[in-house]
Write a protein of this length. Sequence first.
Length: 241
Amino acid sequence: MTPTVLFLHGFTHTGSSWEPVVAALGERYRAITPDLRGHGTASELEPVTLEAVLGDLDILLGSDEITLVGYSMGGRIALHAALAWPDRVRRLILIGASPGLADPAEREQRRLDDERLADEIEAGSIEDFARTWAESPVLAGLRPEAAQRAHADRLRNRPPGLARALRGLGTGALPSLWDRLGELRMPVVLVVGERDLKFRQIAQLMAHSLPDPGLSVVMGAGHAAHLEGPDVVAELVRSDV
């Protein structure tokens, strides 16, 4: 039976961002790379909520058992999906991902910050926001080829959709899952870029709470490790079969 792999992209990306990883995987795999609500071809779908996104994925997958791969925002959604579908997710691979913010006050402040950023996104063009977002500290330093692909992918989005995604799926909007990591019974692989110090620390903390963790550092890469090391990520997927 052909293994099914579901890839969930990060904020400002689309399913197309996974093309280098899917190409490296080869034809032995059924790769599903949807555009999440608020992004790409799903920019106009409403509401943009976790429940709606999980509903979309549930319909898309049917009864398939999957390896679930998520990057950043997509990793956060993947964690929620793995907890909701423990019998369907056989393995979870999280790239530059976090379970959220455990402190309610910090989470509320982040929600307010995200609301302000969403207002700014709506007031400008996708070209301007794509350039500004690429210069944020966590994303700066992306290798030129990967940066060009990321920029082209961001231009597939529209400001109103991204603003809705930030309000509905952002770090401030979703509940923390730190206290639920111990419920994950499937193997979990935490993937971080060597230069992504913030998320390397988060991954190390997560590993202490997971029953069956693995940690993989992509050398030379930053936050978007799958863009800079698609072959490494593909090999991590393949290593399960």
